[in-house]
Ligand binder design. Structure first.
Ligand SMILES: [Zn+2]
Length: 350
């Protein structure tokens, strides 16, 4: 019997709010704000975004967010987008939801960081109340920004720690912008007790993953280049051993990797090598709107195309529950629900 992918329990660790809008919402918000639109129906708009994003370049992929960020630059829009994202994740089987955004991107459109974060948290809270699924916010800094701007994003995150912001991340273009440039902002977030996840080893080399671990990250966004041996320095085998021993969790988003050019073929996606190396990973969606997918469809893709058994996918979701930055009681509840579902389905995980 084919798997009903939306009914499979999931843990959302890696999704960007500005990459997850419903196309209809994006269209409405752009019209309300007078943002010039490249298309005038939800389908045509989604197609346009997908074409921009599916370009084989992380830089071009990130540029496709220009429209969504412009659309989100009011408190009402932030609240609505966050609320709808929680609803959409819940419909897709989510038990825990962490959503992320770089709020300071909205400044150029006139919305301040504190106002944006307050509105995003209000939307997450309304979504949680409506669905019963716990949700938290990860604040991102943009790694291509000056260290002072990234520090401001960490300070913003800290002002909302304990009020719904559960973690800190660096996102955006990677090559030429190593996380070490922003070591003080990262240390500030980490020392204040926020969860730390860093995009690393997505477009740039696997060594960036090791740097992220050394900076205190307990989770890595993507990290797939860790499976590739570089021209200099230690090779993939020793880097993967280092990552495995650290216990760091990899938030792996396979289709996004194809769209950004981080990898070129789903059949040979590094997830298989990561599994063989004993790494701690889970399948994540990254951007539902931009890549036209759901987390459920990502499970299906890695199952059908990469040949990963459902048991490995679900073991990954259990690890994701354990790696979540949400409160311990909520993590344990989700872990128990995943175990119970697997037992019911006779899927062996441990
Ligand atoms: Zn991401």
């Amino acid at each position: 019997m084919p798997t009903d992918w939306p009914s499979v329990p999931k843990v959302v660790l890696h999704e960007h709010l500005d990459g997850n809008l419903r196309p209809e919402t994006l269209l409405e918000l752009c019209r309300e704000r007078g943002v010039a639109l490249p298309a005038d129906t939800p389908d045509a708009l989604q197609h346009w975004i997908h074409t921009q994003a599916n370009s084989g370049s992380l830089e071009r992929y990130v540029a496709a967010f220009g429209l969504t960020v412009a659309a989100m630059a009011t408190p009402q829009a932030c609240e609505r987008v966050a609320f709808e994202a929680v609803q959409d994740c819940a419909v897709d089987g989510a038990l825990l939801i962490e959503l992320r955004m770089a709020p300071l991107l909205l400044e150029m459109h006139g919305l301040g960081g504190d106002e944006a974060v307050s509105a995003l948290l209000a939307g997450l809270a309304r979504g949680s109340a409506a669905t019963g699924v716990p949700a938290g916010l990860i604040v991102c800094g943009m790694r291509s920004d000056a260290p002072s701007a990234v520090m401001r994003s960490a300070e913003l995150a800290l002002r909302f720690a304990g009020k719904g912001v559960v973690g800190y991340d660096l996102a955006g273009a990677e090559r030429g912008f190593p996380a070490t440039m922003h070591a003080s902002a990262i240390a500030k977030a980490k020392e204040a007790g926020l969860g730390l996840t860093l995009h690393a080893g997505e477009a740039d080399v696997g060594e960036r993953v090791i740097e992220a671990i050394d900076l205190g990250a307990t989770r890595i966004g993507h990290g797939v280049q860790i499976t590739v041996s570089g021209e200099a320095g230690e090779g993939a085998v020793s880097r993967m051993a280092r990552a495995r021993d650290s216990g760091v969790h990899f938030e792996v988003c396979p289709t996004s990797n194809l769209h950004t050019g981080a990898w070129n073929d789903l059949k040979t996606h590094p997830l298989t090598a990561m599994q063989k190396a004993g790494l701690n990973w889970s399948v994540q969606a990254d951007n539902r709107l931009i890549s036209v997918l759901t987390q459920g469809s990502e499970f299906q893709a890695v199952h059908d195309v990469c040949g990963l058994p459902l048991a490995q996918i679900m073991q990954g979701q259990l690890r994701a529950a354990q790696a979540s930055f949400l409160p311990a009681a909520e993590r344990s509840r989700a872990a128990e629900q995943i175990k119970a579902w697997c037992m019911e389905q006779s899927i062996a995980i441990n």
